[in-house]
Design a binder for this molecule. Structure first.
Ligand SMILES: CC(C)=CCC/C(C)=C/CC/C(C)=C/C=C/C(C)=C/C=C/C=C(C)/C=C/C=C(C)/C=C/C=C(C)/C=C/CC(C)(C)O
Ligand code: SAM
Length: 410
């Protein structure tokens, strides 16, 4: 058998990519490939798949020096897919034991870490050895350990430990992934109970304790979200910002600090809006910021702002709710008013797994919504009266992307 010296790569897929709704966003629908092209492509990929699946080819590729690096890389990738859940649980153990905080002031001896974590020495060494390979911690000579490059980066991301901790719910829901995919009634999942508004017709009657945990998590992770959005959203010169689904107001507090003349309004479920009122008071913003309680599926949004933001809101909902919400935002805005949509999106360049894999399955477990491509959002925006939506250049598409559009006349 002759071995190819380069890996048989997958040619780009010329078919239209799956999205919620076909794009009409001023872009042209992808051309259908000619049938003969598709036939050739199938033949080529069929040959590639048979080759890659052959144990004999795998052995030869691993033994043959020019192809050995590719074979190793592929086996590492596959191993990481098999073992990824173990890595995540090692990370969770580090977070629960506050290992990164213990190392924040400098390297610690194993004896000191035994005292701080309460683990036995053998168990601690096993955790440290695993965490070293994941670059979460680093050995620093003579039985001492310090932060690794990823452990240090995690310390700088307020809210990430809370996010990792709440993944225990998703982990439980994903224990039987096929069962989750097959289930019709997804309300009885750990995540659906956590996000108590998901698929809940009586969401506006939720009591304070049903919204507290998710509101706290969202506020804790706003630091990296607000920075990203405010770095690119064109809010200079705007008079009033209405943040719909604005949680307990952390985003508006950040927007208000950056744009001191901006009038601030928030709309969320009554129990969440009450938390926002308390936060605005604590931040000394009571005279400048108001929180309104209601259900955006049935209640009108308050008028008076020339800008509406939807931060991490639309992907929670199915298309019919999103369209109704965008129409409500259009009614609340003056003609030419600005709409800002910021959330993680599907097919984000360099962060494709985050959209289709992570948020795809996260929202499946939650019971509603899906990550959308920018063009799927454009279709909904245009249908709701926002012509010419555009995607802003995001600093970190893994965290979120930002689409803006001006309200057309009714
Ligand atoms: C100084 C030397 C020696 C070299 C310099 C080299 C250099 C430049 C290094 C860079 C170092 C650096 C600055 C690293 C920065 C790393 C950062 C910023 C990492 C950020 C990571 C962020 C992560 C992992 C975010 C994860 C977010 C998650 C999982 C979000 C989940 C969100 C959910 C579940 C939202 C739910 C809401 C709902 C329900 C869907 O609506
Ligand atoms: C994922 S959170 C995002 C919160 C905030 N924008 C942020 O990024 O931190 C979604 C928010 O939408 C609110 N929400 C969900 N359904 C709603 C509804 N039907 N009416 C009003 N608010 C709703 C939730 O209470 C929650 O605060």
């Amino acid at each position: 058998m002759t071995l190819p010296t380069t890996e048989p790569d997958t040619p780009p897929d010329p078919r239209p990519q799956p999205g919620v709704v076909a794009s009409t966003a001023g872009s042209h629908p992808a051309a259908q490939p000619a049938p003969w092209r598709e036939a050739w492509r199938d033949r080529w990929l069929g040959w590639r798949d048979r080759l890659l699946a052959s144990p004999r080819f795998q052995q030869l590729a691993a033994a043959f020096p020019p192809t050995r690096p590719i074979a190793r890389r592929r086996s590492r990738e596959l191993f990481d897919l098999c073992a990824g859940f173990v890595y995540s649980q090692i990370l969770l153990a580090c977070v629960r034991l506050r290992l990164f905080q213990h190392l924040a002031d400098g390297p610690q001896s194993v004896a000191a870490l035994v005292a701080r974590t309460g683990l036995g020495e053998d168990a601690l060494r096993r955790l440290l050895d695993g965490a070293v390979t994941l670059r979460l911690v680093e050995p620093r000579g003579r039985d001492r350990f310090g932060l690794g490059v990823l452990g240090a980066a995690l310390l700088g991301n307020g809210g990430l430990p809370d996010m990792i901790e709440h993944h225990a719910l998703l982990y439980a829901d994903l224990a039987d992934p096929v069962g989750l995919l097959r289930r019709d009634d997804r309300r009885d999942t750990a995540l659906a109970r956590y996000w108590a508004y998901a698929d809940n017709p009586a969401a506006s009657a939720l009591p304070p304790d049903a919204v507290a945990a998710y509101s706290r998590l969202m506020a804790a992770t706003q630091a990296f979200v607000a920075d990203e959005v405010l770095a690119v959203a064109p809010l200079a010169g705007r008079r009033g910002l209405l943040d719909v689904g604005g949680g307990e107001g952390a985003f508006l507090c950040a927007a208000g600090a950056r744009h001191p003349r901006l009038n601030l309004m928030l709309f969320d479920l009554p129990a969440v809006a009450a938390r926002a009122t308390a936060r605005f008071e604590a931040a000394g913003l009571a005279g400048r910021a108001t929180a309104h309680g209601g259900d955006f599926r049935v209640d009108p949004l308050p008028a008076g702002a020339d800008t509406v933001s939807l931060v991490r809101v639309l992907h929670d909902h199915d298309d019919d709710t999103v369209l109704a919400l965008l129409r409500a935002a259009h009614r609340a805005l003056p003609s030419g008013g600005l709409l800002v949509v910021a959330e993680p999106m599907a097919e984000a360049p360099g962060a494709e797994r985050m959209g289709a894999a992570y948020f795809g399955f996260y929202l499946l477990a939650m019971g509603r919504g899906r990550p959308r491509t920018p063009s799927a959002l454009y279709t909904l925006l245009e249908a709701a009266g926002f012509p010419r939506p555009r995607l802003l250049r995001s600093r970190n598409p893994l965290l979120l992307q930002v689409v803006v559009a001006e309200a057309g006349s009714p």
